[in-house]
Design a protein around this ligand. Structure first.
Ligand code: FE2
Length: 470
């Protein structure tokens, strides 16, 4: 184990001064609101108040909930203002009413929800003009504003999931991402991540959430990781090989669920002739072979990996592959370095409404050589959602603490639907292992490789085939 203490990652937001931070906040709030507006104005009021799936809220609930949380955290907690409409608070408390129950509540109708969101935002912008970013912990580095911007963007992803579940003609359109770069097919199938200690989590990233904290040292033995997420073509091999009918590849719980739910393919896929078609945002199309597979549960991802003679990576393995720089011994904010995401490095922000082909984004590659760790699809890991050593709930227990436990599996890296502000090398997402409506795929791993510190450790290049893929 090479236990050189890694220096902390830089704090990009804090370095630029108060006025720059004010601008960063304003820009992130505005970007989130533009997206919210598109997602809630691209359907009519009937669609806005309808529940498209018992798994999701009506879109109009998300809209007023976004505004209610913004009012609560920024106007009341930070600004010390009186509640604007205290009687509606319980309606928009996510812990008081589960999603299935929300359509039965006396929710604000669309016009009132929009007016409420607009009024809250106007007052928040006034508050921001004279805001100070020191003193109370909620104010430091503009944390409360960053949390609110991330919260709205997370609901924008949730609302995009609702759009995907919605039936009817297409409401949203976007250009597809470009073809993969010419070297995508020459990429190694897997990359080696050398064993040793690395810094997981963060104590310095200003807008990181409580579950990403604190930074701590973790020893990760050498392992191989897929250089890109598993593709639809590879996943179809699993289906064609009878993967859904063979209990050998499934955990007992996974097999029970597969039987009960009648799973035979990813969500939204249908057979047509000898091939597969799928529905996406109101459009039916052949399943694109080069795209990362999406809308598979953790149980399906885990079964695929076992069939392929591999396994899902642990959360620590994923983060080490995404952040560790063997040249400096330091963990980066992102696979490519410490700079914020850009359009040439990662597919984020609902720009394309779909993941890019596997092997895309060479500019966003990690030091180990793996691509697309950030953006495109959330990646299931084998790990349960648990607190890091030294975890402290902040700013409220319901953000993460009440979810810790083996019932949830961790996903990493963000999807095409996630905004840059809500995506980092340390960011952790979680869900039940049966969930398929989320924009999640996966990549696989296997043990082995060179011993820690051996010559060549950290080099990319070893490859290993998968059944039916060569
Ligand atoms: Fe929320």
């Amino acid at each position: 184990m090479t236990a050189t203490p890694a220096p902390p990652a830089p704090r990009p937001l804090a370095g630029g001064g108060v006025e720059e931070l004010r601008e960063v906040i304003a820009r992130n709030l505005l970007t989130a609101r533009e997206r919210t507006r598109l997602l809630t104005e691209s359907v009519d009021d009937t669609d806005l108040v309808r529940q498209h799936s018992p798994l999701m809220s009506p879109l109009v609930w998300d809209l007023a909930h976004i505004a209610n949380q913004e009012e609560l955290w920024l106007l009341r907690n930070v600004g010390g203002r009186e509640p604007m409409h205290p009687e509606i608070d319980p309606l928009y408390d996510a812990f008081e009413h589960p999603r299935a129950e929300r359509p039965t509540l006396p929710l604000l109708p669309p016009a009132e929800a929009r007016a409420y969101a607009h009024e809250v935002r106007g007052r928040v912008m006034d508050l921001l003009e004279s805001a100070r970013f020191s003193g109370a912990p909620l104010l430091a580095d503009g944390f409360a504003y960053g949390m609110v911007a991330q919260h709205e963007q997370q609901h924008d992803e949730t609302m995009l999931i609702t759009h995907q579940l919605r039936r009817g003609t297409a409401a949203l359109t976007a250009a597809p991402p470009g073809p993969p770069p010419p070297d995508a097919l020459r990429q190694p199938r897997e990359v080696l991540v050398a064993g040793g200690v690395f810094t997981m989590g963060t104590s310095t990233e200003p807008w990181s959430l409580d579950n990403e904290r604190p930074a701590h040292q973790v020893v990760v033995p050498s392992f191989y990781l897929d250089a890109a997420p598993v593709s639809n073509a590879a996943y179809q091999e699993f289906i064609a090989a009878g993967g859904y009918d063979d209990p050998r590849w499934w955990t007992r719980q996974g097999w029970d669920h597969r039987q009960r739910a009648g799973l035979t393919a990813p969500l939204y896929w249908r057979r047509e002739g000898t091939g597969w078609i799928r529905d996406r945002f109101g459009v039916t199309e052949p399943v694109p072979p080069a795209e990362p597979v999406m809308h598979v549960s953790w149980f399906e991802a885990d079964a695929y990996a076992r069939w392929a003679g591999r396994r899902l990576p642990t959360e620590a393995e994923w983060e080490k592959a995404a952040r560790f720089d063997p040249a400096t011994g330091r963990s980066r904010r992102f696979p490519w370095g410490d700079e914020d995401p850009s359009a040439d490095r990662a597919n984020l922000g609902q720009q394309y409404l779909q993941p890019a082909p596997v092997g895309s984004y060479p500019e966003g590659a990690a030091p180990c050589g793996a691509r697309q760790l950030i953006g495109d699809v959330w990646e299931w890991t084998s790990s349960d959602f648990l607190p890091y050593p030294g975890f402290r709930a902040w700013p409220y227990r319901e953000y993460s603490e009440v979810f810790f436990g083996p019932q949830y599996k961790v996903m990493r890296g963000g999807s095409f639907a996630v905004a840059p502000v809500a995506c980092r090398g340390t960011f952790r997402n979680w869900d039940y292992p049966i969930r398929r409506q989320i924009f999640a795929g996966f990549r696989t791993a296997r043990d082995g490789g060179l011993e820690d510190g051996a010559p060549g450790a950290g080099a990319a290049g070893a490859t290993m085939g998968r059944p039916g893929e060569e």
